[in-house]
Design a protein around this ligand. Structure first.
Ligand code: SF4
Ligand code: SF4
Length: 317
C-alpha cells in the first residue's frame, strides 16, 4: 500500500476535505514543518475548492452555523444539509448540500465564503490534513499524531510567497479549538469504524446518535422531558449546565453516546432504576417458575389420566 493511501485511510475524515489519495503528499510533517501557502481573494482559483466537495459537519459545526444563520438546528439541517454515512460506517451524519446547478457550497459567493468566521472544521483544515492514531478507537494506543499536505491540482495557494509553520497555519485557521470541540465525537465514529461489521447498531441507537449529533434542541428535550433524569445519576451542577449551555449539552451528549453505544464509563444508572429492573427480572423469573410448576402439574395429571385409562383398558380385557 502506498504511503499516501495509508495516510488517507488512517487520517480522520473530517480533517481532510479531499479523499483522493493521489493528492496527498506522502511526507509526514510536524507542527514545526514549513508550509508555503496562502489563500486570499487574489488567487486565480479563488472559491474553486468550494465546489464539488464533500463537507461533513460535526455537531460543533452545526451548532455554530445554525447560530450564525439564526436558525433552529432542525431548520438548518433541512435547508443546508443532506444525510450521509460517517467514515464508511453505519453511523448517520450530515454533509453540506451543494447547489443543484453549480454543485457549489450554498455559502459561497464570488466574493468568498459568507460564513467565513464560522466555516466548518473541514474547510479550516485544507491543505493540512492530520492523522491521529490515538483517536482510532483504542484507549491505550500510543499516540501518534502527524500532519500531511493535500495538494489539489487546481489550488494555486501553494504558489503564493507566504511562509508559515504548520503550527502557525493551524492557529491562524482556528483548527486547534475545533479539534478540542470535535475530539470526543470523532472518537465515537472512529471507535465504530474500528469495530467493523462485527456488530451492527440498532436502529434506535442510530436514531439517537443522529439526533444528538445534529439537533441539540431535540436532545435537550429528550433529556428534560423524558424519564432520562430519573434513569441516570446526574448531579445538579451538570443538570443546570446542560439546561442552559449548548456547548455543555453537546459535550454531555458525547459522554452519553459513548456510554450507550460502547459501554464507556461516565454515566451511572440510578439505584432506583436498578432496583426496579431487579424487581422486574425477579417478577419475570417468579412467573417463569410458576408457569414451569403449572406445566409440570398438568403433565403429571395427564400422565396419571393416561395410566388410569390404561389400567381400565387392561381390566376390560
Ligand atoms: S463553508 Fe465557506 S469555505 Fe467552506 S466550502 Fe462553503 S463557502 Fe467554502
Ligand atoms: S483552491 Fe486553494 S488557493 Fe484556491 S481558493 Fe481554494 S484553498 Fe484557496
Amino acid at each position: 500500500m502506498s504511503e499516501a493511501k495509508r495516510f488517507d485511510e488512517k487520517s480522520d475524515f473530517i480533517k481532510n476535505t479531499d479523499k483522493n489519495p493521489s493528492n496527498i503528499q506522502p511526507k509526514k510533517l510536524t507542527l514545526d514543518s514549513p508550509l508555503q501557502f496562502e489563500c486570499h481573494p487574489g488567487v486565480p482559483c479563488f472559491t474553486a475548492c468550494c465546489h464539488n466537495i464533500k463537507i461533513v459537519l460535526t455537531p460543533y459545526d452545526i451548532l455554530i452555523l445554525s447560530r450564525r444563520l439564526e436558525l433552529p438546528a432542525h431548520e438548518f439541517i433541512t435547508a443546508y444539509t443532506q444525510p450521509t454515512y460517517l467514515e464508511k460506517t453505519d453511523m448517520p451524519g450530515v454533509q453540506i448540500k451543494l447547489t443543484e446547478d453549480k454543485k457549489a457550497c450554498p455559502f459561497v459567493t464570488p466574493d468568498g465564503c459568507t460564513v467565513y468566521s464560522d466555516r466548518p472544521t473541514a474547510c479550516r483544515y485544507y491543505p493540512v490534513g492530520m492523522a491521529d492514531f490515538h483517536e482510532g478507537g483504542t484507549d491505550n494506543a500510543e499516540e501518534e499524531k502527524f500532519f500531511f499536505l493535500v495538494k489539489e491540482p487546481h489550488c494555486k495557494g501553494f504558489e503564493e510567497p507566504k511562509h508559515w509553520t504548520i503550527r502557525e497555519w493551524r492557529e491562524d485557521q482556528g483548527v486547534e479549538e475545533r479539534d478540542e470541540f470535535n475530539k470526543e465525537w470523532l472518537r465515537l465514529v472512529m471507535r465504530r469504524k474500528s469495530f467493523g461489521h462485527q456488530a451492527s447498531l440498532s436502529e434506535a441507537a442510530k436514531r439517537m446518535f443522529f439526533m444528538a449529533s445534529t439537533d441539540l434542541d431535540s436532545f435537550r428535550r429528550f433529556v428534560f422531558e423524558s424519564s432520562f433524569l430519573d434513569t441516570y445519576e446526574i448531579d445538579e451542577e451538570t443538570i443546570e449546565k446542560i439546561r442552559n449551555d449548548d456547548i455543555e449539552l453537546m459535550r454531555f451528549s458525547f459522554t452519553y453516546l459513548a456510554n450507550t453505544l460502547f459501554g464507556a464509563e461516565g454515566m451511572e444508572i440510578t439505584k432506583e432504576k436498578i432496583d426496579d429492573k431487579v424487581k422486574e427480572i425477579k417478577a419475570r423469573q417468579d412467573e417463569a417458575l410458576k408457569q414451569g410448576e403449572r406445566e409440570y402439574l398438568e403433565l403429571k395429571a395427564e400422565r396419571e389420566r393416561l395410566r388410569k385409562e390404561e389400567e381400565k383398558n387392561k381390566a376390560k380385557k
